[in-house]
Design a protein around this ligand. Structure first.
Ligand SMILES: Cc1cc2nc3c(=O)[nH]c(=O)nc-3n(C[C@H](O)[C@H](O)[C@H](O)COP(=O)(O)O)c2cc1C
Length: 203
């Protein structure tokens, strides 16, 4: 079957995209608005870019109903700062709570029963229940339209990483203890470490 995405409604193209690019890790992004209200939301269009400088990126889409920017994007454009909290299996339920469409003045930490702890370099809070936090300053934002289904790419420079002592050994992260999860399509998630296999890279 051959399908040209531009001939589909964007929601149908979206379904084919998220059913093909998977599993996806989840950035649990914490921001703060200029008046000090915290915001927290998950984004699975999330990946690494490079190590020097240490750059990561995620992509908030425009709201499906009216094309408005999501609060996370509005806050990052206003303040230039965000924290990426890594989502492990233990916090999937509260993570999911924060994905509901709350008004900008709602503090999603409170709504989901998560604990905000201060960052060291930037203003947005970290999620205490998350085992890894990346304090990021905005490097660049690219916008790809402003209609429903459009989106932006937010690139952040990691200025400080916080890693739970119990996960850290010999300069590496113990994935068995992190219990990373991935998002599939629809409401399906996957456990990343329960069925791993080895494949050595050829020289
Ligand atoms: C696991 C998960 C992953 C998500 N990934 C994305 C994503 O990559 N891009 C996006 O625009 N929305 C994504 N969402 C939806 C947003 O989290 C949701 O729209 C949220 O309300 C945005 O909050 P905000 O307005 O406070 O920024 C995801 C939701 C869940 C549950």
């Amino acid at each position: 079957m051959n399908i040209a995405p531009h001939e589909l409604h964007w929601r149908d193209a979206y379904k084919l995209m998220i059913g093909s690019i998977l599993p996806r890790p989840i950035a649990f992004v914490s921001t703060i608005d200029p008046y000090g209200t915290p915001n927290l939301a998950p984004f699975s269009f999330f990946t690494a870019i490079c190590a020097e400088p240490l750059l990561i990126c995620f992509a908030p889409m425009r709201r499906g109903t009216d094309g408005r920017k999501k609060d996370t994007l509005v806050n990052i454009e206003a303040t230039g700062e965000f924290v990426v909290n890594i989502v492990g299996e233990r916090i999937v339920e509260p993570m999911n709570e924060t994905a509901a469409e709350f008004d900008p003045e709602v503090d999603e930490f409170q709504a989901a029963g998560l604990t905000p702890i201060p960052s060291q370099v930037i203003r947005p809070y970290r999620v205490q229940e998350s085992a890894i936090h990346m304090e990021c300053v905005l490097h660049d934002i690219l916008h790809f339209g402003d209609q429903p289904g459009a989106g932006s790419l937010v690139i952040g420079k990691v200025v400080l990483m916080h890693i739970s002592d119990e996960l850290y050994a010999d300069g590496k992260i113990d994935m068995e203890k992190l219990l990373p999860i991935g998002r599939m399509a629809g409401h399906v998630y996957t456990r990343a470490v329960s069925d791993t296999f080895m494949l050595e890279r050829k020289k």
